[in-house]
Design a protein around this ligand. Structure first.
Ligand SMILES: [Zn+2]
Ligand SMILES: [Zn+2]
Length: 143
């Protein structure tokens, strides 16, 4: 267990360093939470999971992570915006826009594989500036 925690912290610190983010205690704890949860987390989720921390510094941490492309923001239409990891998969696809799946029962949101997504439906000469696709349904834990 301790060994695993140690490995986890090292991984998180190295991600922060490669993204030019100073590895402060709150940043390490927040990023660790995102690695432990397979679904997206909102500011409120972070507050509930880290009751000792203050909301302002959690908010700043999310913004910093978003700016440094460690996390990306998702608007799944349910309450507040959620955030999910952008750095988990070290392949060329992780920066691509991708759809999300929102479970209407447990309200968890996950990232979906972008590889099967095409933008050929946008007419020639049109430019995409923003993109959001949320597929709603029931996840396998809630079926
Ligand atoms: Zn669910
Ligand atoms: Zn995503």
């Amino acid at each position: 267990m301790l060994r695993k925690l140690f490995w986890m912290n090292n991984k998180i610190i190295s991600i922060l360093e490669t993204k030019d983010v100073n590895p402060t205690a709150v940043r390490i704890v927040v990023l660790e939470l995102f690695f432990r949860h397979k679904h997206a987390l909102s500011l409120q989720d972070l507050e509930e999971k880290l009751p000792w921390s203050d909301k302002a510094s959690l908010f700043r941490t999310l913004k910093t992570f978003e700016q440094h492309e460690i996390l990306h923001k998702i608007d799944d239409g349910h309450k507040a915006a959620k955030y999910a990891l952008s750095v988990e998969h070290h392949d060329e696809h992780h920066h691509l826009v991708h759809p999300h799946f929102h479970c209407v029962k447990c309200h968890k949101t996950i990232c979906l594989d972008p590889q099967k997504l095409h933008f050929s439906t946008v007419p020639k000469g049109f430019q995409i500036t923003d993109y959001s696709l949320v597929i709603k349904g029931v996840c396998k834990d809630c079926v």
